[in-house]
Structure formats: structure tokens, C-alpha cells
Design a protein around this ligand. Structure first.
Ligand SMILES: [Ca+2]
Ligand SMILES: [Ca+2]
Length: 279
């Protein structure tokens, strides 16, 4: 894990790209020291948890999870009729789970170093608790993402590809029809891939979305806050960082201030997490 020192930081932005998401305003937060995982939680780590506890994820209990259509075989696609009206590329796949990310015929044998996916917020909490850790608050996550830089779009600066270098796993080409995979990955990458930010964190944007502890709200006070934990209740949890499916034309959310939300029992093939602890 990486230690982030106590201090005064800024989160949010006064130049929101997706206003409706509540990216603004820029606000000052005072945080105690905390630790955050250097990497997204991997399949290997989650497998150790399951082996030791017998834990069954919500996707396994529900019997399905959402998979991006282009990752499925034609055979699998033919079996699926129900899709999400606003996002028809999400296919509800029977028996898709962290162990079978594209349905029962798929496995994670050669992806043990990739981030665990198809894990709900509740699953993430169960894992973090077992590790004697917790999920980062949104403020902690965003401070960690910014890597000590101020008012920058990305963990490394304002230019997405400095020196033509791929710094995060997102989508290249035309979403959702053509992924040119210029960054080397159509789906998830190993959690250790792509350069770390100044704090030493990998894939803090891109690869998979990451759950945070906070309930979702889009109106924020601009007042300074100390160790903010978000609203006391809500319907959705905040996720941060975007994923391998993000493209500037469609989901320009691989920025530190960007955010999105899902219900705590949601799982999908591009949603994972990393843990934190108080120092
Ligand atoms: Ca990619
Ligand atoms: Ca990530």
C-alpha cells in the first residue's frame, strides 16, 4: 500500500466536463494520513479471499452479470435477448461472474494478475473487511488519483498522451463499434501495467472503475471539509476512474474529478476496486 500524508488537498473542479455528474465545485478537504492499495485488487487476491472464506459474490447469487457485447463469442450473444435500452452494448450474461467474466465458457486462468471484476460494492466491502482494510472515501480516492498535482485532468497532468505514451487503459477507435486496442488491451490489463502516478498508484484511472465508500450525491458544498465521508444514505455508491470502455466521445470519465454511480448490488465486467486503511 501507499501512504498518503495528512494534509490539505483539493478535490472536484470548477471546470466540470460532465456537469450533471457533480464534478464541481473545486473544494478544499483536510485529510488524515491513510494508506491506499498501489494496485486494483486482482483475481489472484480475490481468489485467496474466496478460498479462505467460501465467500459467494452477489453476481453468483443473482445468476448473471453485465458483460460488454464485443467481449462475448457469437454463440454467447445468440443466447441473449434482453439488453439495456440506453446502453445496448451491455449484455446480461447468465453465470457471468468474477471467475467466469464472459459467462460459463470463460475463465480467469491466464488473467490472475488482472483486476477482479463482476464484484458489487457489497462484495468489495466483504473483501476489504477480511483484509482488515476498508474502501477509500471518494475524497481519499481523488486525492490519491491526483498524485500531488493541482488542477490537472489526469493523474499525470493535462495531456492524455504525453510523448505519445499510453498512460491508462481506455478505449481507442469508435465507441462502441471499433476498438483499435492501441494501448494493447481490448478488455482489462494486468493491475501492474501502465505507468504509476507520482504517489505510485497504477491504473487509478482506466482499466476498471473503482468503488468508493461514499453514497452518491451531485450537489456539493464548496465549504472546506475535514475527512468527508459523503451523505449518510442514498441509493447509489460513487465509483471513480473510468474503465477500458471509456472513450472521450462517450464516457470521458478517466479524469480525477470524474465520477459515476451504481447501486451497491450492481456488478459489471468493468467495475472493480482497491482498498484503503486509516494510518
Ligand atoms: Ca484499451
Ligand atoms: Ca482503475
Amino acid at each position: 500500500m501507499i501512504k498518503i500524508n495528512a494534509g490539505t488537498y483539493f478535490i472536484g473542479t470548477n471546470n466540470p466536463v460532465i456537469v450533471a455528474d457533480g464534478e464541481g465545485p473545486k473544494r478544499e478537504v483536510i485529510l488524515d494520513s491513510f494508506y491506499i492499495d498501489k494496485f486494483e485488487v486482482s483475481n489472484e487476491e480475490f481468489a485467496t479471499f474466496v478460498k479462505n472464506t467460501g465467500y459467494v459474490t452477489e453476481a453468483e447469487n443473482f445468476g448473471d452479470s453485465f458483460v460488454f457485447e464485443d467481449l462475448l463469442t457469437q454463440d454467447m450473444k445468440n443466447k441473449i435477448t434482453k439488453t439495456v435500452a440506453q446502453a445496448p452494448w451491455w449484455m446480461p450474461v447468465k453465470q457471468a461472474s468474477w471467475q467466469h467474466p464472459e459467462g460459463p465458457d470463460s475463465n480467469i486462468t491466464y488473467r490472475m494478475d488482472h483486476p477482479v471484476i463482476h464484484v458489487s460494492w457489497n462484495d468489495a466491502i466483504a473483501y476489504c473487511n477480511w483484509m482488515k482494510k476498508r474502501l477509500p472515501t471518494e475524497a481519499e480516492w481523488e486525492v490519491a488519483c491526483r498524485g500531488g498535482l493541482t488542477d490537472r485532468l489526469y493523474p499525470w497532468g493535462n495531456k492524455f498522451m504525453p510523448n505519445n505514451q499510453h498512460k491508462a487503459n481506455i478505449w481507442q477507435g469508435n465507441f462502441p463499434t471499433k476498438n483499435t486496442e492501441k494501448d494493447g488491451y481490448k478488455g482489462t490489463s494486468p493491475v501492474t501495467m501502465f505507468p504509476q502516478n507520482k504517489y505510485g498508484l497504477h491504473n487509478i484511472v482506466g482499466n476498471v472503475w473503482e468503488w468508493t465508500a461514499d453514497w452518491w450525491i451531485t450537489r456539493h458544498s464548496s465549504d472546506q471539509q475535514t475527512n468527508p465521508v459523503g451523505p449518510s444514505s442514498g441509493n447509489d455508491k460513487v465509483k471513480k476512474g473510468g474503465s477500458y470502455l471509456c472513450h472521450k466521445s462517450y464516457c470521458y470519465r478517466y479524469r480525477c474529478a470524474a465520477r459515476s454511480q451504481n447501486t451497491p448490488d450492481t456488478s459489471a465486467g468493468n467495475l472493480g476496486f482497491r482498498c484503503a486503511t486509516s494510518a
